[in-house]
Design a binder for this molecule. Structure first.
Ligand SMILES: Nc1ncnc2c1ncn2[C@@H]1O[C@H](COP(=O)(O)OP(=O)(O)O)[C@@H](O)[C@H]1O
Length: 193
């Protein structure tokens, strides 16, 4: 394991993120390591993806757009519509171009950590779930249940999180990225419970 790379990433994030976001990031890191061990995923990749999942979250919107422009990347329609979603897509660009992460699975885990998507990889599921259940989270409903379920079955945890997220966004009358609706349908289609 490349401990030096982990330490360098932590150091860079400590200066580029707000203190509370950095604390959240460390919570996602420990949770992702734990889930990776429990479910047989690559622990090092989980650690890197967890550390970098919010690397663009505290960036000014203008700067995020400038980064996209400079690398010739266009944001998805959903991110153009909802600025809350930009950080995940731009985070993957920053991870690749600035932190020099080459692994596509790690980059996708960052890009889809807020919305999920149909057909997620093991690593994508771990980062999506770790972001929701890390120890610093205390607002979402059903957290104790979802934390327990995540130890046993990642798809069950995904279903609970997607269901609660869709319900929460609907209640707030907020835009819901259609990919989350598609993902929820995808992960419930064979579930007869
Ligand atoms: N599927 C979604 N569609 C649209 N907006 C969403 C979706 N999921 C989350 N959001 C919005 O994006 C914001 C950021 O969520 P999230 O990425 O989970 O936070 P963080 O990056 O801090 O972990 C939420 O406050 C919510 O308003």
């Amino acid at each position: 394991m490349n401990t030096e790379a982990i330490i360098a990433i932590r150091k860079a994030l400590q200066t580029s993120l707000k203190a509370s976001r950095y604390t959240h990031t460390l919570g996602v890191e420990v949770t992702a390591i734990e889930l990776a061990r429990q479910h047989g995923a690559n622990v090092y990749k989980a650690q890197i993806a967890a550390l970098l999942h919010d690397c663009a979250k505290d960036m000014a919107h203008k700067k995020a757009l400038a980064i996209c422009k400079s690398y010739g990347v266009s944001l998805t329609k959903a991110s153009q519509r909802n600025p809350d979603l930009v950080h995940a897509e731009v985070g993957a660009i920053v991870a690749k171009k600035i932190y020099r992460i080459e692994d596509d699975d790690v980059l996708c885990a960052i890009a889809y950590h807020t919305t999920g998507r149909p057909g997620m990889s093991l690593l994508e599921k771990i980062i999506y779930i770790a972001d929701y259940i890390e120890p610093g989270r205390d607002k979402a409903p059903n957290l104790p249940k979802i934390r327990a379920v995540a130890k046993e079955n990642l798809d069950d945890a995904l279903r609970y999180i997607m269901k609660d997220t869709i319900r929460y966004l609907k209640k707030q009358d907020k835009y819901i990225n259609p990919i989350t609706i598609e993902a929820y349908a995808y992960y419930t289609k064979d579930d007869t419970r």
